[in-house]
Design a protein around this ligand. Structure first.
Ligand SMILES: [Zn+2]
Length: 280
């Protein structure tokens, strides 16, 4: 009898332990599931927020006329608002094109002949002037320059603001040596040069050797922190209409510059905004 009772007790104990372990395991599974669902809701709500933010920036008014495809179309447009391929609003006012407040000057978007930087660091009195670029852009450059100096690097502006007339002479000189087709790949026709905006500059040697110097490498990796972008990035000729220029920096502000620097490369304004850069 005693033996049988013992056996019964043992069986009950085993059954009890079995039930307990099932309960524990079940509980763990439920907790895991709950955790996953809350994670999923978190990421999806984050995605929704990002989407909404994007929609805020982009214009949803599809009734707007499309942004011009080339310089000829731009010339024919009157002041107003236009829709880019990526859904941004392009505003033309006094024949000056802007997206999100950023002036666009490229092969499609021409500047008026008499256009000058609105707020230059130094008053413009000459056809070309390196510190006559936009005040904020210049101050940001000085900051970048002093950080570079601290690392033993020497960066300096070799070409800043250039007037329409200066570009006439420069472009004609290039056409004389390279022809129109050749000159158009590396120089701008008068009015289409970003240098007239006072928001850009060329650094140091103004040639391909710059990208391999310690200065060129550091500028590539750090310019965005000061609000600058490499305006004509590698492999972007189909968007920008220009060869890669490691030395030509454009000021767009830190917020946009950070968006345009991804995986150690720069995205051009043309690709990002969905606009063209084409004379014809
Ligand atoms: Zn340049």
């Amino acid at each position: 009898m005693k033996k049988r009772r013992k056996l019964k007790k043992k069986r009950i104990l085993i059954l009890f332990l079995f039930l307990i372990s099932i309960l524990i395991l079940g509980g763990i599974e439920i907790m895991k599931k709950e955790n996953n669902t809350s994670k999923q809701t978190n990421t999806s709500s984050k995605k929704n927020m990002e989407k909404k933010e994007e929609e805020k920036i982009k214009n949803t008014d599809k009734s707007l006329e499309k942004a011009p495809k080339n310089a000829k179309e731009f010339d024919a447009l009157s002041d107003g608002e236009y829709l880019t391929e990526k859904g941004y609003t392009l505003t033309i006012k006094n024949k000056i094109a802007k997206i999100e407040g950023n002036i666009i000057a490229n092969k499609t978007y021409k500047l008026p002949t008499d256009y000058q930087p609105e707020n230059p660091y130094q008053k413009i009195t000459t056809e070309r002037c390196n510190n006559c670029i936009d005040k904020t852009a210049y101050e940001q450059f000085k900051l970048m320059q002093s950080d570079a100096i601290a690392l033993g690097l020497n960066i300096y502006i070799s070409s800043g603001y250039r007037s329409y007339q200066y570009q006439v002479n420069l472009y004609n000189k290039y056409v004389a040596t390279s022809g129109v087709v050749g000159a158009d790949t590396y120089s701008s026709r008068p009015g289409y040069s970003e240098h007239q905006t006072g928001l850009c500059f060329d650094l140091n040697s103004i040639d391909d050797s710059f990208k391999d110097t310690p200065e060129g490498k550091w500028v590539h990796e750090n310019a965005y922190r000061y609000g600058f972008i490499i305006r004509f990035p590698k492999d972007s000729e189909k968007y920008t209409g220009y060869q890669y220029e490691s030395w030509h920096l454009r000021y767009v502000g830190e917020e946009l510059a950070k968006k345009l620097y991804q995986n150690n490369e720069y995205i051009s304004l043309e690709e990002y905004y969905g606009i063209t850069s084409s004379y014809e």
